[in-house]
Design a protein around this ligand. Structure first.
Ligand code: GLC
Ligand code: MG
Length: 456
């Protein structure tokens, strides 16, 4: 989150499974729409936070399977692990806070007495999270009995909301940051039921809501509290997110019964929380519009080239639009017209150069000539292109240094090029941008067998 100097215009905190990622949408339509919207209009001044029940291991697996953007902050294992940036630097203060009055041993002993509980895989058992599966019909009974047993062992249960915990955190956060173990919280464990199947036991101070409250306090303490926050979820462990004060919230259309019931009992009528009609990422995009959080039309939904040609001086938007065109050209989804190629030529300065990841340097217009011949070559293939981590800095008047990761999936092959470029505004049309230079390198581990592979 150090990427931004000041406050984020928007901080979006989204669950992954069946919220950001639709496992019933193998083509990732809605997710790719979200990605284009985020990179074109939000990445440069907003924060993307993923908050998932997944452990780091299976979160990593999901990132390999789906076109997920790189978040600024990752909250994993149901709010028990927080990491920052692409390097995923762990927040040790949060870990220390969660150690308070948490005894994993007692939890394992007591849960072992319930044959209805089936332990989840080893990867999902984490320092501050013990996870099981339990049948829906038995869940409530087991949770009650287990709570009683844990209380007898000195572990106190509560249904405290994130709002109450915020007050607590306000008083304790500085101690936490200073690595004291003194916490006002008197409570010990919490049990959460999600997805109509999963049962998690966590320290009372943990959970997605508390982790978010902690982050917001931390940002505020640094004078960088986000202007607006949108939380997005679909299941039981997301409910707490909606209790964090002042946030906007979207329950995606496919939200589970347990979340909708929680809403009906606790938050009905709250104008800051909506139940979208769109599934997963489509519901998130809908919330951008509903709460007037900023642009809410994904560049992927703008089909009309005229409209797209009304350029705004935003290098992020330019990058997203170029690669959308590139994808559609190769999929043969736009008209095969010389006009498009002429337009493209004006997008690149006549003296611009392109350095291919293999090191070959050539005039970019040669590259455009090759692209012209590739029209429709991916028509029969699963072919998708998206950009991640788009950043730009104005290095002199009307001149921007642009960086991004360009991802391309073609059949079973996944390629990523780290891309750097220079963009200037055009002398004869100052509201339009033109590429002066483009340089790509393969992302580690993504070098194709034939490293001369065509690439832009
Ligand atoms: C994810 C985790 C699992 C957890 C569930 C609900 O699926 O992998 O351990 O129980 O989320 O929070
Ligand atoms: Mg989910």
């Amino acid at each position: 989150m150090d990427r931004l100097n000041g406050s984020a215009r928007l901080m979006i905190v989204s669950d992954l499974d069946f919220t950001m990622v639709d496992h019933h949408d193998p083509e990732n339509f809605a997710l790719l729409r979200f990605n284009a919207l985020w990179e074109a209009y939000y990445r440069h001044n907003s924060l993307l936070v993923f908050s998932t029940g997944r452990s780091p291991t299976i979160y990593g697996e999901l990132r390999k399977q789906r076109p997920l953007l790189t978040p600024d902050i990752t909250i994993m294992s149901v709010g028990t692990e927080i990491t920052y940036g692409e390097a995923m630097i762990p927040d040790d203060s949060w870990k220390q806070y969660l150690d308070h009055k948490w005894d994993r041993g007692i939890v394992t002993e007591e849960t072992a007495k319930f044959p209805e509980l089936t332990l989840q895989s080893e990867t999902e058992q984490r320092p501050h999270k013990v996870s099981f599966y339990v049948e829906k019909t038995k869940a409530s009974e087991v949770m009650q009995a287990l709570s009683k047993n844990l209380e007898k062992r000195g572990m106190y249960m509560s249904t405290k909301t994130a709002a109450e915990v915020v007050l607590e955190l306000r008083n304790t956060i500085f101690e936490v940051l200073l690595q004291y173990y003194f916490v006002l919280c008197q409570l010990d464990v919490k049990i959460i039921y999600s997805n109509g199947v999963a049962l998690d036991i966590l320290p009372q101070g943990a959970g997605k809501g508390q982790a978010l409250a902690y982050l917001l306090e931390k940002l505020k303490a640094e004078g960088r509290g986000p202007v607006k926050v949108l939380v997005c979820g679909d299941s039981g462990n997301d409910a707490e997110l909606f209790t964090v004060p002042e946030v906007y919230g979207v329950m995606v259309s496919n939200a589970h019964e347990e979340l909708l019931e929680w809403y009906a009992e606790n938050a009905r009528g709250n104008p800051q929380i909506m139940h979208a009609t769109g599934r997963c990422a489509a519901g998130i995009i809908q919330a951008f519009g509903n709460f007037s959080l900023g642009p809410h039309v994904s560049p992927r939904d703008v089909r009309d080239s005229e409209e797209r040609n009304q350029r705004i001086l935003n290098p992020g938007h330019e990058v997203v639009n170029f690669y959308l065109f590139y994808e559609r050209w190769r999929r043969g989804e736009v008209e095969n017209s010389e006009l498009y190629m002429q337009n493209l030529r004006t997008l690149f300065n006549s003296s611009a150069n392109y350095v291919h990841p293999s090191g070959i340097d050539q005039p970019i217009h040669q590259v455009i000539d090759t692209l012209a011949k590739l029209y429709g070559d991916k028509r029969e293939t699963d072919f998708w292109v998206w950009v991640d981590c788009v950043s730009f800095a104005e290095i002199s008047r009307d001149s921007w240094l642009v960086r991004f990761n360009k991802w391309e999936i073609s059949g079973n092959e996944l390629l990523c090029c780290l891309t750097k470029g220079l963009m200037n505004s055009k002398v004869d049309a100052p509201h339009e941008l033109t590429w002066m230079y483009l340089h790509q390198t393969w992302l580690d581990g993504s070098v194709p067998d034939n490293d001369k592979t065509w690439c832009i």
